[in-house]
Each structure stands twice: as structure tokens, then as C-alpha cells.
Design a protein around this ligand. Structure first.
Ligand SMILES: NC(=O)c1ccc[n+]([C@@H]2O[C@H](COP(=O)([O-])OP(=O)(O)OC[C@H]3O[C@@H](n4cnc5c(N)ncnc54)[C@H](OP(=O)(O)O)[C@@H]3O)[C@@H](O)[C@H]2O)c1
Length: 361
């Protein structure tokens, strides 16, 4: 029996190789004919290949369009087998999202070197079925939100764009906090305008501001929600106490904290989220630290799954909790495709235990 990972890889590699070559080189009718007769029938979304049964739960088929010599080819270029999570009980998203912080310039400052490539990546994200994109007014600043609107507006149904306010940018790599209520309201207005939205599905308070009582900042988001500018409220970079405080003011549907194989300092916050059905969005999810060193457990387990350590790090997160919504970020289509493949990896209980104890060691 073919494993999900092997199946996915074989299909994607085959198609990418053949279609890519065909598109790039302006394929002849003969090449097109081969693609149609040999590949398309068994991969058509309406007639799943029998080997898909080996791919596990929640398999969805995605259609990719490629024009070769004037012919439009519909074919399967990517497959996702992800579980879903319902944010706030109503926004159902696949559990592997996309972090749009890395599509900006160096130091998350200014435009990227190649804005067209960033937009191509964003379109690929949506085509692949990923329906949760995380951004913030501070990424660029404004660059990430503007690129999202330029690449994706009008947005497809079901796409959840989660943005944030509460930080100021004073230069590359500098992130002072700024969560005064009036400033948060201005920030939200700016995000609505840049994203070309009437209402933001998920608006997150980027971080507590030590200069401002936390309750005041959270109350500003509650007011924005009452006024209809925000559908759901999330918070970020919080302790358990701050989470409890926020929940006393507004319904909190997601928490976004730093969390990875390497950094589990927010395990207590995750536990509260799991118990309350709150989505937990781990940022910097690909951090593996020394676990990925040559000869380490991650490298061996990755080899057993024909995967990369980055994919195993994401698969571990997805297995860690049903409320976990990783948003790996990248500026590259290749890394994005690789990260997407993590959703198809099923780690055994022994592997999860080994990775877990190695990370703590
Ligand atoms: N709430 C907060 O305070 C906060 C803070 C930071 C981030 N975030 C959010 O969390 C998202 C993810 O965090 P993050 O970007 O810091 O961390 P991350 O997703 O764990 O790592 C991103 C880094 O890993 C590289 N990368 C991505 N995929 C890879 C792969 N398959 N193989 C090798 N390298 C790979 C990227 O470089 P390439 O571009 O070269 O692929 C980038 O340098 C951000 O996009 C943002 O939306 C939130």
C-alpha cells in the first residue's frame, strides 16, 4: 500500500515535472496529448484515483489550470488532507494556514525584492486550498496587507484573512508596542481600507502594551466588534492570566503565541485554549533548534517518512492538539509546497513520544 506522503509526492512531482516543462517550453500537441490521455483521466477531481484511499482522512482535491498551446488543462497539482477547525464556531478553516509576514522586505520592512513573485505565492496559497492567511498592519508596514489585496481581492468565499494591530514600526526589525484604544481603532480602519474589506473576519491584538492597561486595549477591540468592523477577536503574545482577563471582556476565538517543537513555553496557554475550544495559532512554528541536527531524531524520523525536518515539525504541531492552527511563513512557492505536504504526514505514537521527549531533553 502506498503511503499518503509517497502518493502525494509521486503525483505532485510527476505533474509538476511534466506540466512545468510543457508550460515553460511551449509544449507541442504531442506532449499535450500525452498529458491528457495518460495523466488527466485518473487525476480528475471528479474521479479520484483509487490510491487516494491510502491518503487518509479529509482528502480534498484541488484543480490547477494550465494553458498549453491555447488548451486549458485541468489537473490535480496539489492535494490536501487536512482536518478543519471552526474559528468562533463559524469560520471553518483547514488547520494549516499561511503566515504572510515573510512576503515583505528584509527585516519585515518595505516591499519584497520581487512583488510579482509574492503575489504569485499568495495566489498559489489560495489555489492549494489554504483558507487562513495571517497578516498584520505592521508587516512592511502595510506591505503584506496591500499585497494580499492586490493578489487576492475579490476574495474567494471561505478565505479567512486574520490581521492584527497593536505594534508600531520604527525601522527594520523594530517592533515597539502601541495598543492605546484610539491607536487600535485607527489601525483597524487602515487594515479595512488596505484589505478592501467591510469587516475583518479575525482581528487580533498583536501584543499587550505595558504602557496601556490590557483591559483598555481589549475593550477597544470589543467596541470595534460591536460597531461591526470586526467579526471575531483574537489575542496574541499572552499569558494565561491575560487570556482570562481578555475573555472576561470579549469572546476570544484565537490565541497566537510563539510555539514550536523547540519552544513550548506557552503549553499552559495551549491547554486553556484546548479546553475552551479556542484556536491556538503558533507563530515561528518551524523552529526546531538542535533537534534537527544531523543524526538527531528529527532527521531520522523525517527520512522514514520521506519528508523534511520542517515537515515533521509541522506534523508534530498538528498532532499536538486539535485546536492547533500553524501558520508557517515563507517567501517561496517551493517552501510553501513543502510545508503544505506536512498535513499529509501521520506520525506514530512512538514517534510523537520520541520527538516530544527529545525536545524536552
Ligand atoms: N503574533 C506575533 O507576534 C507573530 C510574530 C512572528 C510571526 N507571526 C506570524 O507567524 C507566521 C510564521 O512565523 P515566522 O515566519 O516567524 O516563522 P516560521 O514560519 O516558523 O519560519 C519562517 C522562516 O522559515 C523559512 N522557511 C519556511 N518554510 C521553510 C521550509 N520548508 N524549509 C526551510 N525554511 C523554510 C522562511 O524562509 P523562506 O522565506 O526562505 O522560505 C522563513 O525564514 C508569520 O508569517 C506571521 O504571520 C506572528
Amino acid at each position: 500500500m502506498v503511503s499518503g506522503r509517497a502518493w502525494s509526492r509521486t503525483m505532485i512531482t510527476t505533474l509538476k515535472g511534466r506540466l512545468g516543462a510543457a508550460c515553460a517550453e511551449g509544449a507541442s500537441e504531442t506532449v499535450s496529448g500525452k498529458l491528457r490521455t495518460r495523466e488527466t483521466p485518473s487525476l480528475d477531481a471528479t474521479r479520484p484515483d483509487p490510491s487516494s484511499a491510502a491518503c487518509g482522512k479529509g482528502l480534498s482535491y484541488l484543480i490547477y489550470h494550465c494553458e498549453v498551446n491555447g488548451l486549458l488543462w485541468r489537473t490535480l497539482a496539489s492535494v490536501s488532507g487536512m482536518d478543519t477547525f471552526s474559528i468562533g464556531g463559524e469560520l471553518e478553516v483547514h488547520r494549516l494556514g499561511f503566515g504572510a509576514m515573510r512576503i515583505t522586505g528584509k527585516g519585515i520592512w518595505g516591499p519584497p525584492d520581487d512583488p510579482d513573485e509574492a503575489k504569485r505565492l499568495l495566489r498559489r496559497v489560495v489555489e492549494s486550498g489554504v483558507d487562513l492567511i495571517d497578516t498584520a498592519d505592521s508587516y512592511g508596514p502595510e506591505v503584506s496587507e496591500n499585497l494580499i489585496a492586490e493578489a487576492l481581492h475579490p476574495y474567494p468565499d471561505g478565505l479567512v484573512i486574520a490581521t492584527k494591530g497593536g505594534l508600531r514600526r520604527t525601522g527594520p526589525g523594530q517592533w515597539p508596542r502601541e495598543a492605546r484604544p484610539e491607536r487600535l481603532k485607527q489601525a483597524c480602519e487602515g487594515s479595512l481600507r488596505r484589505l478592501k474589506l467591510d469587516r475583518i473576519d479575525l482581528y487580533q491584538l498583536h501584543s499587550p502594551d505595558p504602557q496601556v492597561p490590557y483591559a483598555d486595549s481589549v475593550r477597544a477591540l470589543k467596541e470595534l466588534q460591536d460597531e461591526g468592523e470586526i467579526r471575531h477577536v483574537g489575542i496574541s503574545n499572552v499569558s494565561v492570566d491575560e487570556l482570562h482577563e481578555a475573555r472576561g471582556i470579549v469572546e476570544v476565538v484565537t490565541v497566537q503565541n510563539r510555539f514550536s517543537l523547540e519552544d513550548r513555553a506557552s503549553e499552559d496557554v495551549l491547554d486553556v485554549c484546548e479546553e475552551a475550544g479556542i484556536g491556538f495559532i503558533p507563530w515561528f512554528p518551524l523552529a526546531t533548534g538542535r533537534l534537527a541536527d544531523p543524526g538527531g531524531p528529527l532527521e531520522r524520523i523525517a527520512a522514514d517518512h520521506d519528508a523534511t525536518p520542517a515537515q515533521i515539525a509541522l506534523a508534530w504541531l498538528l498532532a499536538r492538539s486539535p485546536v492547533m492552527l500553524p501558520i508557517p511563513g515563507t517567501s517561496s512557492v517551493e517552501h510553501f509546497e513543502e510545508n503544505l505536504g506536512a498535513a499529509r504526514i501521520e506520525l506514530s505514537d512512538d514517534e510523537l513520544a520520541e520527538i516530544g521527549s527529545a525536545a524536552r531533553g
